[in-house]
Design a protein around this ligand. Structure first.
Ligand code: NAD
Length: 483
């Protein structure tokens, strides 16, 4: 590690109003690859959240609020460049912190840089419009920042979720209070150091790590917050929305998924295969948009099962820095949850498993990926998000049945449809309930430019792309009567 990044593992300070404040209390940081403690992070309190919100408000009323849109863009661009320069260090931090294989962590660091680049370019292109109205009137709209935005993010893609949420909010001119997940705060703190060094005015970004029920709940309920962006589980999302309702502020909820990929009989299986498997095992299946259900037209079911099983048998699970196909699960608890799901389906046919490498440390939270079939329709494993490396193969007879199965669980983040039939592509894209539909590809989460979000129990609101910017503004209509 370079001198500049010395100490990033052991980051016990909270960023409030441009100052790094030593935490009164801390939480240990575990390396999921071997179970050892690698550092400490702050355990932020409600009082520190309150101070962070006050500092963000002051930034809106001070230098940050006066910063022209083009200059906001330049600052974000500088942050993005520095993130890219530090990508390797950020990737190693993330790999140690959350057990993500190094190349996947590298991808996340570069995605964070790309979010900054994208929103840097968008900052001064956020415009209102003029509206034809009555004679003697000129009417126009202004897109104004909301004020202080709260960002509560999960541990599975800390850098990507931070980038899409904080990047869009800053570009739109808001000041942010970020509460990273207690299991994964190191890259958020490192990002904040980079942002401050790159010239982000004091208070525009404040970072208060800590426990969900303490710092997270305090941020969700804070009356000084004008918008909440929450990414995480359904139950916590409900409580965040309830807390926001008490202050009548808008919430973006990015929740879990049970995303399907649907393989029709005319699909190009060679093209589909890498997407079918990778979208299930990426980040050890701890991906909101993981393709945890693979629906296959019955005539091709055995062929798809055999091809996926062969790939599964070649999968290796091991320490994050060794960069195998899969790293460990984030925690002993998460491993236990996934093992519980496997135990709840003893009747499942295990088509194939991956292999945990022999030199995987004993204390790591390793779980071999499982490819399952043969569950009764509507089985619990087919309905609930497992959030681990478990994929289910499900046969279907026709389009109508495929749609019914795909939409069945009532979660709708992403779907993939594999067919050569153009009319079927169009029909299916409309029939599937999901925030994103990929035709003959699958982009777990997709690119930074592509609006992303849920339907049904997967949440509401959109992040990524320009759509996210609109969500971080409020529209003011100005009607001038001039005769
Ligand atoms: P989680 O809901 O347990 O935690 C998410 C965040 O909420 C953390 O920062 C946590 O500290 C905080 N939190 C916990 N309790 C809180 C409370 N009472 N009040 C306020 N904040 C609180 O989720 P997780 O286990 O970190 O993440 C996994 C879940 O996130 C999965 O369901 C996954 O599908 C979902 N997810 C969704 C997306 C998406 O874009 N839709 C992306 C990533 C993860």
């Amino acid at each position: 590690m370079s001198d500049a990044t010395e100490g990033w593992f052991d980051s016990r300070e909270i960023l409030i109003g441009g100052d790094w404040i030593p935490a009164a209390r801390t939480l240990p940081v575990e390396d999921p690859s071997d179970g050892t403690q690698i550092g400490e992070i702050p355990r932020g309190s409600a009082d520190e959240v309150d101070r962070a919100v006050t500092a963000a408000r002051a930034a809106m009323e001070g230098a940050w609020g006066q910063t022209p849109a083009a200059e906001r863009g330049r600052i974000l661009a500088r942050i993005g460049r520095r993130v890219a320069e530090h990508a390797e260090t950020l990737a190693r931090l993330e790999a140690r912190d959350v057990g993500k294989p190094l190349s996947q962590a590298r991808n996340d660091a570069l995605a964070l840089a790309r979010y900054m680049e994208f929103y840097a370019g968008a900052a001064d292109k956020l415009m209102g419009e003029t509206i034809p109205y009555l004679p003697g009137y000129t009417v126009y709209t202004l897109r104004e920042p909301l004020g202080v935005t709260g960002h509560i993010i999960p541990w599975n893609y800390p850098m990507q979720v931070l980038g899409r949420s904080v990047g869009a909010s800053l570009a739109a001119g808001n000041a942010c209070v970020l509460k990273p997940a207690e299991e994964a705060s190191l890259t958020a703190l490192a990002f904040a150091r980079i942002a401050v060094e790159a010239g982000l005015p004091a208070g525009a970004l404040n970072v208060v790590p800590g426990l969900g029920e303490e710092a997270g709940a305090a941020l969700a309920a804070h009356p000084g917050v004008a918008h909440l962006s929450f990414t995480g589980s359904f139950c916590v999302g409900q409580s965040v929305q309830a807390a926001a309702a008490a202050n009548a502020v808008p919430v973006t909820l990015e929740l879990g998924g049970k995303s399907p990929q649907i393989v029709f009989a005319d699909a190009d299986l060679d093209a589909a295969l890498p997407f079918l498997v990778n979208a299930g095992i990426q980040n050890a299946g701890q991906t909101c948009s993981a393709a945890s259900r693979i629906l296959v037209a019955r005539p091709r079911f055995d062929e798809v099962a055999a091809a996926m099983a062969a790939r599964y048998r070649s999968l290796r699970v091991g320490p994050a820095l060794a960069d195998h196909d899969l790293g460990p699960m984030i925690s002993a608890r998460q491993k236990q949850i996934v093992a519980g799901y496997l135990a709840a389906a003893p009747e499942a046919e295990v088509l194939a498993r991956g292999t945990i490498v022999e030199d995987a440390p004993e204390g790591g939270h390793y779980l071999a990926p499982h490819l399952l079939a043969g569950l009764a329709p509507g089985h619990r494993l087919e309905r609930e998000e497992i959030f681990g490396p478990v994929q289910l193969l499900i046969p279907f007879e026709d389009e109508a049945e495929a749609v019914a199965i795909a939409n069945g669980p009532g979660l709708g983040l992403v779907a993939g449809i594999w067919t050569a039939d153009g009319a079927r592509q169009m029909w299916m894209a409309r029939a599937i309930r999901a925030g994103q539909v990929f035709l003959n590809n699958y982009g777990a989460g997709g690119g930074v430019e592509l609006p992303f979000g849920g339907t049904g129990r997967s949440g509401h609101g959109r992040e990524k792309g320009f759509e996210a910017l609109y969500g971080f503004t409020q529209l003011k209509t100005v009607a001038a009567r001039h005769g």
